[in-house]
Each structure stands twice: as C-alpha cells, then as structure tokens.
Ligand binder design. Structure first.
Ligand SMILES: [Ca+2]
Ligand SMILES: [Ca+2]
Ligand SMILES: [Ca+2]
Ligand SMILES: [Ca+2]
Length: 324
C-alpha cells in the first residue's frame, strides 16, 4: 500500500514519503551521473560517477567509489582522467559476455563511445570505440533484440536522435542506427514499460518540459508512444525506470532541473506506470541541491527497489532505502 499512501500524501501536501533514510557520501566536483555495478567480486556493489568539475576548475573524469557493504562507500578513485573529450555519461555492462563488467563512456566532444573492458581484478583495458551521433549526452546498454548481446544507446544532443549500436558478440558492434527524437534528447531510461517482453525507452526532451515514450519492436527499432508534458519550467535532468511500488508495472523516477533563473531544484519525482506504456502524474520527494542524476537498485538486498540521486551543487549522493 506504499504507493497509494504516497499518492494521498502528494495530493494533501506537495511531498511524498515513498523513501526515507537519506545517507550522503562525498563524490567528485560537479558530478553529472552515477551508476551502480558490482565491479569487484565481493558482493557489495560499487558506484561509478562522471564529473565535470566546476565552471572555474573544469576537471572531467570518471571515478569509482568502492562498496564497503551495508550501503557504505569508500573514497572516490579516478578510473579515466580527462576522458578524451568530456565524460558526460557512463554505462556498466558485460558487453563481451566474458563474465566481467565493462565500462562504456559517452564522449560528448568526440561523438564516440569509449569502451573499457573489465578483467576481474586490476585496471580496465581499453577496446575500440564506437562512432555515434553529434554530442552524445547520455548512454545506456540494453539488449534490444533479445539476442543475448548488449546493445549501446546514446542520446545525441546536437543531432536530435538516439544512436543504437547492436552488439554482435565478442564486444563488437554492427552499424550505428539512428532513432529521431523531436527536440533535443537528454537522459533516457530503458525498460519494458508495456509488459510485452521488449525493451522500451523513456526519453527526456530538454528543449521542452517533456518525457517521450518509445515502444520497442524487438529488432532495435521503436514506435512512438505517450508524450508526457510536465509543469512548465520543470526540465528533466535524469530519468530511471523500475517497479518502485511492487505492482509488476515499471514506473519512472525523474529528477527535475528548474529552468534558467529559477531557484535550484531539490526534487525527485515518481510517475507510476499502468503497465501499458502510460504513466500517472509526478509524486515529489526532497533531495539535495540541483540533483543531476539518479539510479535504482536494491542496496540493502531486501527485494525492494531503492534509489540514489547525485546532487551536483551539494557535491554528494542521496541514498533512499525504501522502508519495509
Ligand atoms: Ca566483459
Ligand atoms: Ca542485442
Ligand atoms: Ca515493451
Ligand atoms: Ca509499479
């Protein structure tokens, strides 16, 4: 009944209590994205961040915070300094099916994705890069055509499309495909939103206050679904898909960046899915200052979906563990 209680709280006041217990950890300056993965095989997941520094001190890099168990994290360690062209986004997946997680980095200025292969313990090994559209802003890896090989997706701010590179095995990729998006695609999430067994996309349009749904056909192509328009001035900074109220339908979690000149945002919103590709109105929860990225995972391994939010201006990460 957690989600129904949240809906009631949102109507009565403006804040919900879907999550509680906000723990904060230090990260790099100007954190723009955060992912969670078990890179060191000790059972405690790690956190990987990309950061761009501050306006006066640019310092693009990718950092690793080692999981210490019990939801705690170690100090950040640099994986890739400079990152060869502004690391705006990273994804972690076993792209070559060798049993070790690999790290993929969208290089905003180079129109490429660089691939760092995990070898278990020790430094990551660099593999050939993949060419994508103009100014790749965000990256995800998912198996779009259910062939067992991970596929790379990037949203490209300047070319107004999503690049899709289908994996062909061994860490290699076929020709890069283009999915046009009206406006400028920013962050997006990949999940089955209509329960047909095929991966779908929820894409933020940073040229408007919109989230665009694309439904997967199952071969790497998509059809256009619901267009969600958010209240004016509420730009989407990041979006994630997971079943947050345990009704078997995937939901959307969105961190909001207010339009220029407005006060800094401190909000994460949840839109509950109906299992057919439709979503309810946003339910809001407070986080740190200027949230820029979020990820869902089961941090305390109790079977419930938890949430981590990177806060760009307060230089920390908010972790919400869903109460039992
Ligand atoms: Ca691998
Ligand atoms: Ca695939
Ligand atoms: Ca689907
Ligand atoms: Ca749900």
């Amino acid at each position: 009944m957690g989600a129904l209680a949240v809906a009631g709280a949102s109507q009565a006041g403006d804040r919900s209590n879907l999550y509680s217990g906000d723990l904060r950890f230090p990260a790099g300056r100007g954190v723009t994205t955060v992912v969670v993965a078990n890179l060191i095989n000790d059972g405690a997941p790690e956190v990987v961040t990309a950061s761009v520094g501050t306006s006066g001190v640019p310092s693009s890099k990718v950092s690793l915070l080692v999981g210490l168990g019990g939801g705690s994290l170690g100090s950040p360690v640099t994986v890739q300094p400079g990152s060869g062209g502004s690391a705006r986004s990273i994804a972690v997946s076993d792209i070559d099916n060798d049993g070790f997680s690999d790290v993929m980095i969208a290089n905003l200025a180079l129109n490429t994705v660089s691939i760092w292969r995990g070898v278990g313990i020790g430094p990551l090994m660099q593999a050939p890069s993949v060419l994508v559209g103009a100014n790749p802003y965000f990256i995800r890896v998912a198996d779009l055509n259910n062939d067992g090989f991970g596929d790379i997706l990037t949203s490209n701010f300047s070319s107004g499309d999503i690049s899709i590179a289908l994996g062909v095995g061994g860490g290699a990729f076929g020709p890069t495909l283009s999915l046009p998006v009206a406006g400028s695609p920013g962050r997006f999430s990949v999940a089955d939103l209509n329960n047909d067994g095929r991966q779908d996309l929820a894409v933020s349009n940073v040229a408007g206050d919109q989230v665009l749904i694309f439904l997967g056909v199952g071969d790497g192509s998509f059809t256009v679904g619901m267009h969600m328009t958010l209240p004016v001035g509420r730009l989407v900074a990041d979006i994630a898909s997971a079943d947050m109220n345990a009704d078997s339908n995937n939901d959307l979690a969105i961190v909001i960046s207010n339009s220029q000149g407005a006060p800094s945002s401190t909000t994460v919103s949840v839109c509950l899915g109906d299992g057919a590709g439709g979503f309810g109105p946003p339910l809001d929860t407070e986080v740190g200052t200027s949230p820029s990225s979020l990820v869902t995972a089961d941090f305390n391994q109790d079977g419930r979906v938890d949430l981590a939010v990177a806060n760009e201006r307060s230089n920390n990460v908010s972790v919400f563990v869903r109460p039992g």
